[in-house]
Design a protein around this ligand. Structure first.
Ligand SMILES: Cc1cc2nc3c(=O)[nH]c(=O)nc-3n(C[C@H](O)[C@H](O)[C@H](O)COP(=O)(O)OP(=O)(O)OC[C@H]3O[C@@H](n4cnc5c(N)ncnc54)[C@H](O)[C@@H]3O)c2cc1C
Length: 418
């Protein structure tokens, strides 16, 4: 096992770190003040568009799309992208600067893998160029959406069109001024077996009958300019050609969509946690109380040491997940993907807890990225599937594996007297 990055990865890490140092960190305050100003609600911060142009010119662009996507990909394996995603994760809005942000990256993966040539021309090319953005509309308010087989939105065929009726919520990015398309999941075949009832269709953002009922708040914040919408579809009509892959393929697509995305989320969490650790170390060295620096308090040193251990553990596990994905695809790596989905957000959440305490009042203010990262880490324990669902899945896989080994006679899985 080799723990060293290749020269190619080291070179790209250095390039990305330099870009973050020179262009992203110095503009954080400007970005924060813009998005927090109510007068700018749903407006794209000019700094993001400026930095997008610079990042694209520098070739730091679409690095998220794994090499097995062929000509669409800039050619990184999942393992190569992992440390790069960590660096972007140190300031989560920078993912958009590098055209690597959710939910667009998952939607781009879907279109690159399953889209028709026409769909790729109409939607994938402008997405990869960073000219438009998109939404993934699966979750619905009236059903437990962690079980996606519950999704109810109806997609009915009428002549040469599909007609959509139903509700969605937590449709992230829906308010973004560049948003032009929704990858929408619904039921086409209600009588088919449970995992073949659903399909995904592309719905233009300006389709007649698509109404944003409201923007949903997250801990009192709208996450402008992206927003998370509650939507109503009333007789929304799209051409039959807007279906992705075909009727009944919704779960095939959903499975393909979530593999790289989940490990990329986990790497974001590692990046956020590392940034918070760096900040808390610097603060502890500089701030004095009761005659010594905060960093001289043993409880603070324990917090820093524990955070460092937890970050390194998570980082290595995510690398392992990425390597498994490169070796055996999202399906073969599903237990590792569940593991990183469980530990990633919890890591960032726990480090944020410690960092906030060490920063005192400043830690819960908007003057450091910590409070925002705390919220992000918390919501990632629900978004993209709640922790418990992944734990259920992982436990099932683990028990099944042990049962196979026990039956095949592996030692150490029996008691005296059995
Ligand atoms: C900020 C944010 C952004 C989001 N963005 C999007 C988006 O862009 N597109 C989209 O479609 N959705 C999005 N979501 C929705 C998210 O994916 C769902 O909230 C999530 O899948 C859970 O569905 P639910 O809210 O219906 O919870 P439910 O399904 O009602 O589950 C509630 C709780 O029940 C428990 N539970 C459920 N199943 C199990 C189980 N098997 N074992 C043990 N306990 C269980 C868990 O504690 C779970 O949290 C977003 C959510 C948030 C918070």
């Amino acid at each position: 096992m080799d723990f060293e990055f290749s020269p190619k990865v080291r070179e790209h890490m250095a390039q990305l770190e330099a870009f973050m140092d020179e262009h992203v960190y110095p503009r954080e305050r400007e970005h924060h003040e813009f998005v927090m100003d109510p007068a700018n609600l749903w407006k794209q911060p000019p700094v993001v568009e400026e930095l997008k142009a610079q990042a694209r010119a520098a070739g730091i662009w679409n690095w998220f799309l794994p090499a097995d996507y062929g000509d669409w990909s800039p050619g990184f394996t999942n393992l190569e992208f992992a440390p790069l995603a960590e660096i972007m994760g140190r300031q989560p809005w920078s993912f958009e600067v590098f055209n690597c942000s959710a939910p667009d990256r998952g939607n781009m993966e879907v279109l690159a893998r399953f889209g028709s040539a026409e769909q790729q021309d109409q939607w994938l090319r402008p997405l990869l160029a960073g000219e438009i953005r998109s939404t993934y509309a699966m979750t619905e308010p009236q059903v437990a959406s962690s079980d996606a087989t519950n999704i109810e939105l109806r997609i009915e065929r009428e002549g040469d069109q599909y007609v959509l009726n139903g509700r969605k919520w937590w449709s992230s990015n829906i308010m973004h001024p560049l948003n032009q398309v929704l990858v929408t999941m619904g039921v086409t075949n209600p009588d088919a077996p449970r995992h073949q009832r659903h399909s995904m269709v592309l719905v233009p953002r300006d389709a007649a009958g698509l109404e944003v009922v409201r923007a949903v708040e997250v801990f009192g914040n709208y996450h402008s300019p992206a927003g998370h919408g509650e939507l109503r579809f009333t007789n929304v009509r799209v051409p039959l050609d807007n279906i992705i892959l075909g009727e009944g393929q919704g779960f095939t697509i959903a499975q393909g969509r979530l593999g790289p995305g989940r490990f990329q989320y986990a790497m974001t969490n590692v990046g956020m946690a590392q940034r918070m650790l760096d900040l808390m170390c610097a603060r502890s060295e500089q701030r004095e109380a009761f005659g010594k620096t905060i960093g001289e308090q043993s409880s603070v040193r324990q917090d820093i040491a524990r955070a460092r251990c937890a970050i390194e553990q998570a980082r290595l596990l995510v690398f392992k997940a990425a390597a498994e994905m490169d070796r055996s695809g999202a399906k073969g790596a599903r237990d590792y993907i569940s593991m990183v989905k469980i530990i990633g957000p919890k890591l960032a959440h726990d480090v944020a807890e410690r960092a906030m305490q060490i920063f005192g009042g400043k830690g819960v203010s908007g003057d450091t990225p910590i409070a925002e990262m705390y919220v992000l880490a918390r919501l990632m324990r629900i978004a993209d599937g709640p922790d418990e669902v992944h734990m259920n899945q992982l436990a099932k896989l683990t028990m099944a594996q042990v049962e196979i080994e026990r039956k095949s006679g592996r030692g150490g899985i029996a008691w005296f007297g059995d």
